[in-house]
Design a protein around this ligand. Sequence first.
Ligand code: NAD
Length: 286
Amino acid sequence: MSKVAVVGAGTMGNGIAHVFAQHGWDVTLIDVSEAALAGGLATIRKNVERLVKKGAVSGAQCAGILDRITTSTALEAAKDADIVVEAVSENPDIKFDIFEDLDRLAPKGAILASNTSSISITEIAKVTKRPERVIGMHFMNPVPVMRLVEIIRGQATSDATTATVMEASRALGKTPVVVNDYPGFVANRVLMPMINEAIYCVMEGVATPEAIDTVMKLGMAHPMGPLALADLIGLDTCLSIMQVLQDGLGDDKYRPCPLLRRMVAAGLLGRKSGRGFYDHANQGGP
Ligand SMILES: NC(=O)c1ccc[n+]([C@@H]2O[C@H](COP(=O)([O-])OP(=O)(O)OC[C@H]3O[C@@H](n4cnc5c(N)ncnc54)[C@H](O)[C@@H]3O)[C@@H](O)[C@H]2O)c1
């Protein structure tokens, strides 16, 4: 396997394209938006140049990484891929449409992976005629730095597909962990209720965001407090993941905190909007 198509050039897609190219894969980066493709390439260039400065890659390797990435606004560009990794917006209808198209356009033997944070892999696989070759490949943000890939097996995902994706993840320098297809998988099932509870603590006046984050950093050795992490992930994304947990597991213990709903309604989304629990417009966030 040597050819990957990455669909979606946003936060996650450009990181995924970078990591594959750095490990020798030919990458086709696909997005509906020319601006997203240009932005994605610029981010990859900046991140690879930072690695050159740190001495982690040579100037020649840097040129090689960038040369291995081509871009397209057409999904047809996935026609030669051995594996496709989809990283478009977290919207089930968009993902179902893309997988239906990819099933028609990508080679019959290609594996179709999704980087979804919470959408059921079984449901995504159902829109294709190759459910045994559909799998979750959940990279963490920022992709070039974080070592985990959560591998999600849908109801029909085959052992062969799982083994191939595990091997590819290890070849990217990552550690794959296999989990089954339940709402939120493992990463967000465990992380999001903690973030949601931290938001309840803010709402109930238990402590300030700074105090809550300091308790979790110094007391639990978390590298980042839950509220700073919520700002990094995006409060809108946190809300939609809590809704997936509540709907999918049918348990009110996953109800999104009303303060989270109110902040999202007010456009306080975290880093991406300049303000969440911290002020990022003035670099005031941690
Ligand atoms: N941001 C995170 O911390 C994080 C972490 C792990 C997983 N994820 C998951 O990764 C996926 C992408 O998230 P993101 O944060 O990179 O989103 P993003 O908004 O930064 O990027 C999404 C990209 O998808 C493109 N897009 C939308 N519709 C498309 C289509 N039909 N065809 C091609 N491209 C299309 C958009 O133009 C945009 O560039 C989501 O499923 C998300 O849940 C995100």
